[in-house]
Write a protein that binds this ligand. Sequence first.
Ligand SMILES: Cc1cc2nc3c(=O)[nH]c(=O)nc-3n(C[C@H](O)[C@H](O)[C@H](O)COP(=O)(O)O)c2cc1C
Length: 186
Amino acid sequence: MTSARSLGLVCSAAGGLEDVHDQLVEPFVAAGWTVAVTVTPTARRWLAALGEDDRIERTTGYPVRSAPRMPGETSPHPEIDCYAVVPATANTVAKIALGIADNQALTSVCEAIGAGTVPIVVFPRVNAAHARQPAWQGHLDLLRSAGVHLIYGDDVWPLHEPRSAPGRPLPWGAIRDAIQAAVGPF
Ligand SMILES: Cc1cc2nc3c(=O)[nH]c(=O)nc-3n(C[C@H](O)[C@H](O)[C@H](O)COP(=O)(O)O)c2cc1C
């Protein structure tokens, strides 16, 4: 990987969360990127149960954020050049599309979409039932029209029925490549 920048990695409570440190945080830090991780409240509980929040903090040097700062406090995270929402639950994708910012992870991404100054990559870690929810396609269309880079489709993540493909690894190589491509050369 080249073009070291700062990555705002946003994680929600879906499969693959347990591999985020080894598959995203560590490779990008090793390539010289600054990485700052923000997670949803549910993802925070999952990470803490695994001890992965401590590992991420040791590798990045930044706290894993899940709670909003108090008025008057400064952000504990650096300026971000690219946001990546990985894994993104169906719930988090829907909320981002609707502009709902009721946790710190959503606040960061919703504001970044509105500001329009940095690329945003989203990997919806969803199944075929999520995709048949009637509002789903509209959420994807809206995010694409806002310039969000979606890692989505049969070529990267064929959708499976619920509980029919447990433990399937996320397409980590495609996710890393999409983040790198979104930032581009500098
Ligand atoms: C073991 C387990 C695995 C889950 N995997 C997924 C998943 O892969 N994709 C998804 O959209 N939701 C998944 N969910 C459901 C989400 O965790 C749930 O909708 C949660 O409210 C999402 O919250 P968040 O988007 O704020 O992180 C899973 C739930 C459990 C208990």
